[in-house]
Write a new protein. Structure first.
Length: 479
C-alpha cells in the first residue's frame, strides 16, 4: 500500500495560511465597503489555549503553565473543578515564596477529593516519596539534607521533557488557531449572508421597478394605438398620413385601455404562454389524428399567446377579436387575425370547416343567449373529430368567484365547470377532460394538514382557472 507523506507542523501551518489567505481574498461583486472581509487570524506558537480536562495526565501538561494559571489548571485537572478562593490564593502564595509546582500537584493528588475522582498524573513518583518522608520526619535536618541530595541526583529523570513541552505548546497553538479561524469563517459567512440579503432586496426592488415600467409601457403602447387610429385612411399601423381629426375614436380608446389592463394584470406574454402549456398534449393528440391541421380558429385571440403556441405545431391558425389594438398587436407578430364579432364570424363559416376551435377567458364576457348560440356554432363548424378548448375563471375557488373575477370590468357572470360540461354534451360534443389549472402558490395556503385546513385551502387557494376539452364525435353529422 502506498503511504501518504507525513506533514510537519510547519507544512500544516503553511497550508492553513494559504487557505485562509484564499478565503480572505474572496469578495462579492459590488458589496458595501462596510461589509468587507476582515483579515484572517495569524498563528502563533504560544501556549495560549484553555486547559482540557481528562483523567490521565503527564506532569509536563501542568508544568507548561505558571503561577495563577498553573494552580487553576491543577484544580481543573486533578479535582475536576475550578479552584476555590482559599486554595487558589494559598498555592499561588506558596509558589511565589519559592515553593515548587510538583509539591502542589502531589498535595492535590493526596486529597480525598482527588482519590475519589481517580485522576492519575504520571512523572511524580519521586515527588510522592519525597513528600511522604518530609511528613514522617518534618523536623529532621539530616533527612532534609539527604532529600536535597537525592533531588539533585534524580533531577535528570524527573525534570521536564523539553520535546514534550514544545509539542504541547505547538498543539495548543494549532488548536487556538483553529478556534480563531472557525470564528473568523463564521463571521465571514454572516457577512456574506448579509450581502446576499441586501442584494436580494435590491433584486426585489428592481423587479418591482420592471413591473412598473412594463405597466407604463403598456399604457404608452395603448395611447400610441389610439393616436394611430386617428390617422387618415383608417389603417391603425399607418403612421405616415395626416391626422384627420383631433377627436379620438372612443372604441379605440377602450381597446387601448384593455390592452394596457391585460399587460398589467394578466401577466406577460411569456407568463401566459407558460400557463397554456397544459393544453399542448391535446394539440399533439389532434395533430396525431389529422396530421397537419388545416384549419383552426382562436375566438378572442387577444395578444396572440395561444396563436404563438399553435405556430410551433405548424397549425394554420386564425384569430378573431373585437379589439383593434389587440388585432394590431397580433399582426405585428405575423399572425393571421381579423377584427369582428365572434358569433357573426362563426355564422359565416362552412359547416365542419374547423379542426380546432379555442377560446380563452371569453365566455364569461358574454350574456347567456350569446353563450347558447356560440355552442350551437361550435357544434356546427367543428369537423368530425375536431376539438373544442375553452378556458374561464374557476368559480370553485372562492377568492376567484368573490373577488378576482371582478378585476375585469367587462366580466359578466362566472361559468361553472358543471354548466360548461353540460352545455358541451347538450350540443353533442364528447367531453374529454375538465382541467383545473393555476392554483395559488403554497405560500398562500393556511398551514396544516388536517381535513378542515385542507378543505379551506382547497376552496380558497385551489385552481384559479379551468379548461374544457371536448371533441365532436366522428359519427355526429352537421345539422
Amino acid at each position: 500500500m502506498k503511504q501518504e507523506k507525513a506533514l510537519s507542523i510547519d507544512e500544516i501551518m503553511q497550508n492553513v495560511g494559504k487557505e485562509v489567505a484564499h478565503r480572505s481574498a474572496y469578495n462579492l461583486h459590488k458589496t458595501p465597503t462596510s461589509l468587507a472581509p476582515q483579515p484572517a487570524p495569524k498563528i502563533t506558537l504560544e501556549p495560549v489555549i484553555s486547559f482540557s480536562q481528562k483523567f490521565i495526565y503527564h506532569r509536563d501538561e501542568f508544568m507548561a503553565y505558571d503561577d495563577l494559571e498553573f494552580v487553576e489548571n491543577a484544580f481543573l485537572g486533578i479535582l475536576q473543578r475550578p479552584a476555590d478562593e482559599t486554595g487558589l490564593s494559598g498555592y499561588v502564595n506558596f509558589m511565589r515564596n519559592g515553593g515548587d509546582k510538583e509539591f502542589v500537584l502531589v498535595d492535590l493528588l493526596s486529597s480525598d477529593e482527588a482519590k475519589n475522582n481517580g485522576v492519575v498524573v504520571t512523572g511524580l513518583r519521586w515527588h510522592h516519596m519525597r513528600n511522604r518522608l518530609r511528613k514522617v520526619f518534618p523536623n529532621s535536618q539530616y533527612i532534609a539534607s539527604k532529600l536535597q541530595k537525592l533531588d539533585h541526583l534524580f533531577s535528570p529523570w524527573y525534570r521536564s521533557n523539553p520535546a514534550l513541552r514544545h509539542q504541547l505548546s505547538v498543539q495548543r497553538a494549532v488548536n487556538q488557531h483553529a478556534q480563531a479561524t472557525s470564528l473568523y469563517l463564521e463571521q465571514q459567512l454572516k457577512t456574506y449572508a448579509e450581502q446576499v440579503e441586501l442584494q436580494a432586496g435590491q433584486i426585489k426592488q428592481l423587479g418591482m421597478q420592471v413591473q412598473v415600467n412594463q405597466s407604463d409601457l403598456a399604457i404608452c403602447r395603448g395611447h400610441t394605438h389610439s393616436l394611430l387610429s386617428r390617422l387618415e385612411g383608417g389603417a391603425a399601423n399607418d403612421n405616415l398620413g395626416p391626422i384627420k381629426s383631433t377627436q379620438l375614436n372612443e372604441q379605440h380608446k377602450f381597446d387601448a385601455f384593455y390592452l394596457a389592463f391585460e399587460d398589467a394584470c394578466r401577466g406577460t406574454d411569456e407568463e401566459m404562454s407558460s400557463k397554456l402549456q397544459a393544453y399542448l398534449p391535446y394539440i399533439q393528440q389532434l395533430v396525431d389524428e389529422f396530421g397537419p391541421v388545416a384549419s383552426a380558429v382562436d375566438i378572442g385571440c387577444g395578444r396572440g399567446e395561444w396563436l404563438d403556441l399553435l405556430r410551433q405545431f405548424n397549425i394554420a391558425s386564425h384569430g378573431v377579436d373585437l379589439n383593434q389594438v389587440m388585432i394590431d398587436h397580433c399582426c405585428a407578430q405575423g399572425h393571421q387575425v381579423e377584427q369582428g364579432d365572434a358569433l357573426v364570424w362563426m355564422q359565416q363559416q362552412q359547416p365542419q370547416s374547423q379542426h380546432l376551435v379555442s377560446s380563452f377567458h371569453v365566455v364569461e364576457h358574454i350574456p347567456f343567449n350569446q353563450y347558447y348560440l356560440w355552442f350551437e356554432q361550435f357544434s356546427r363548424i367543428l369537423a368530425p373529430g375536431g376539438m373544442l378548448i375553452l378556458e374561464t375563471p374557476n368559480p370553485e375557488n372562492l377568492l376567484v368567484s368573490s373577488h378576482t373575477f371582478y378585476h375585469d370590468p367587462t366580466h359578466l357572470n362566472p361559468i361553472t365547470p358543471a354548466l360548461l360540461e353540460f352545455t358541451a354534451q347538450f350540443f353533442g360534443l364528447q367531453v374529454l377532460a375538465i382541467e383545473r389549472l393555476n392554483p395559488y402558490p403554497e405560500s398562500a395556503k393556511v398551514k396544516g394538514h388536517d381535513e378542515l385546513t385542507e378543505r379551506v385551502n382547497g376552496h380558497l387557494c385551489g385552481p384559479q382557472d379551468f379548461g374544457l376539452i371536448a371533441v365532436k364525435p366522428k359519427e355526429l353529422a352537421a345539422p
